[in-house]
Design a protein around this ligand. Structure first.
Ligand code: SF4
Length: 274
């Protein structure tokens, strides 16, 4: 018989709200056990026999997903893997770049990724050291494979807002990418340039001398990104600005959600590597 939050609270837990489990109430603890697989043995006021009996019931309901909080990253990764499953590994180097490698008897695609490289297998994506990337980063990579584009960059840059269906994402781009970079680097153009060079940025300022920083990144072989930064002036006649631009072919290789992910990843790397 499955154990709901109410069952657990009403029939199993002591209802003393003693906080020894680290939660403020027995109800809060019950909710975490049922929906997020928090170990029931973390309540020290249950007998070992009762814990064992509950674990048996809980394991059965966890397996069916009953009452478990939806794991968005797991679902998205499953979906992205299924979408990319029809891609033949042998076709990928010609289409998205990289080269085929053999690791532990399996064929993978070694793909340049920012300044390093990753290895893509049918069931997982690892960094150069063999550690699995975060699930959201793997979703991003599998979506890139599944997008199926073959276009090579043309060198014609477009602002994010110039691509179709980006209007609803502009607020996210401003709030999650542009504003954090401005807050971090306002008055510190040299620090931004140094951080960009560290993660493989190529200085293009000589082509755009009106900007304080212009860097071209190559996060993926077919996907260049350009960052432009104009610092504000002390008299505050104009505010600092950051803009990311993408090659006009980017939507052949990434959907809009993936472009957002890539932009946020770039923000993280710039801020972390400073
Ligand atoms: S340790 Fe047990 S009894 Fe105390 S608050 Fe947590 S669940 Fe309730």
């Amino acid at each position: 018989m499955a154990l709901s939050v109410i069952d657990l609270y009403r029939d199993i837990l002591p209802k003393t709200n003693c906080k020894d489990c680290g939660f403020p109430t027995c109800m809060a603890f019950a909710s975490m056990v049922v929906s997020e697989m928090h170990p029931i043995k973390n309540c020290p006021h249950l007998t070992p026999e009762l814990v064992a009996a509950c674990e048996k019931e809980l394991d059965a309901q966890y397996k069916t997903g009953k009452w478990l909080k939806r794991d968005m990253a797991r679902d998205a990764l499953q979906w992205a893997k299924e979408k990319s499953a029809s891609m033949k590994m042998e076709d990928l180097p010609e289409r998205i770049g990289g080269r085929l490698v053999e690791k532990d008897g399996r064929t993978g695609l070694e793909l340049p990724y920012f300044k390093g490289h990753i290895v893509i297998f049918a069931d997982r994506v690892t960094n150069a050291a063999g550690a699995e990337l975060t699930r959201w980063e793997q979703v991003f990579i599998y979506n890139h494979l599944a997008q199926g584009g073959r276009a090579l960059p043309t060198g014609k840059w477009r602002n994010f807002v110039e691509f179709p269906n980006t209007v609803s994402k502009m607020k996210s781009m401003i709030d999650h990418v542009e504003k954090p970079l401005i807050e971090r680097f306002r008055g510190r153009a040299d620090a931004l340039a140094a951080a960009a060079l560290k993660i493989g940025g190529k200085d293009l300022r000589s082509d755009f001398p009106e900007s304080n920083v212009v860097m071209r990144f190559q996060p993926l072989p077919r996907v260049p990104v350009m960052l432009m930064f104009w610092d504000g002036d002390d008299g505050e006649d104009f505010e600092a600005q950051v803009k990311l631009s993408f090659d006009e072919t980017v939507t052949d290789h990434l959907d809009i959600e993936s472009i957002m992910f890539l932009s946020e990843r770039l923000r993280d790397l710039l801020c972390a590597d400073e």
